[in-house]
Design a protein around this ligand. Sequence first.
Ligand SMILES: Nc1ncnc2c1ncn2[C@@H]1O[C@H](COP(=O)(O)OP(=O)(O)OP(=O)(O)O)[C@@H](O)[C@H]1O
Ligand SMILES: [Mg+2]
Length: 279
Amino acid sequence: MIEPLDIAPLTATSTTLSPLLAVRNIEVVYDDVILVLRGLSLEVPKGAIVALLGANGAGKSTALKAISGLLKTEDGEVTRGEIVFDSERIDGIDPDKIVRRGIFQVMEGRRIVADMTSLENLKLGAFTRRDREVDADIEMVFSYFPRLKERTGLAGYLSGGEQQMLAIGRALMARPKMILMDEPSMGLSPLLVKEVFAIIKQINRDLGVTILLVEQNARAALSVASHGYIMEQGKVVLDGTADALRNNEDVKEFYLGGAGDQRKSFKNLKSFKRRKRWL
Ligand SMILES: Nc1ncnc2c1ncn2[C@@H]1O[C@H](COP(=O)(O)OP(=O)(O)OP(=O)(O)O)[C@@H](O)[C@H]1O
Ligand SMILES: [Mg+2]
């Protein structure tokens, strides 16, 4: 079994400690010219689940890739600001070194290796490890996701939900301090979203793994997170406790379906935004 990390239970005081992850005023540019993050700042306390919410194209995945170092593979670069993890700067460091420092990203769209079995995918997740407890951790992953143990064929034939579970299980195999999850709800039925998020919460509680959760499904994300940030056009426009965000009228309207689902027409939406930008 993974040993619980030495993490104090999340209490009101834990946010006053120095955060495990601090993103400070970063700018990200793709291909030397496309400015996508424009002074993004956020903090994730040790042991917490923090949600990063926002509409399509807000820059959520870019923010995660900036943290995990995967920007480099897409010709992106952090050109300003800093990213501090566990009291050390990590911006500009190679992605495999960032994994070794304890951050593992579960990519959008799951990205498991389709022509390998679940077991082989899980072993791949342990690539940075030299210890002898890999087998025990595989059993632990199977205990969270029993379905994965039953499906012994190639991972490419797993259902969407099972692939999501495998992607999360593979992240656990790295014994990370922190997991970055990019839209775990994507493509899942409401029932499965509930199931996957309940397991995310359970993993956070049992193992003390800190989680930064990117989601368009604000309702699901805020049901497990203690704190949330809302991004628009490359920066944070609103943040607060999950409760405060759930009760915020603008958040309700834009991200939680609103009262009576009065979806605005695009024209109205534009004028609404002019009046109510969170800037
Ligand atoms: N590799 C890239 N090269 C150039 N531009 C990119 C690249 N990746 C993303 N972008 C641009 O950066 C912006 C933010 O994209 P990003 O994928 O971070 O948004 P997102 O918030 O994750 O959106 P979604 O909810 O649709 O996943 C978009 O305008 C996108 O076109
Ligand atoms: Mg994205």
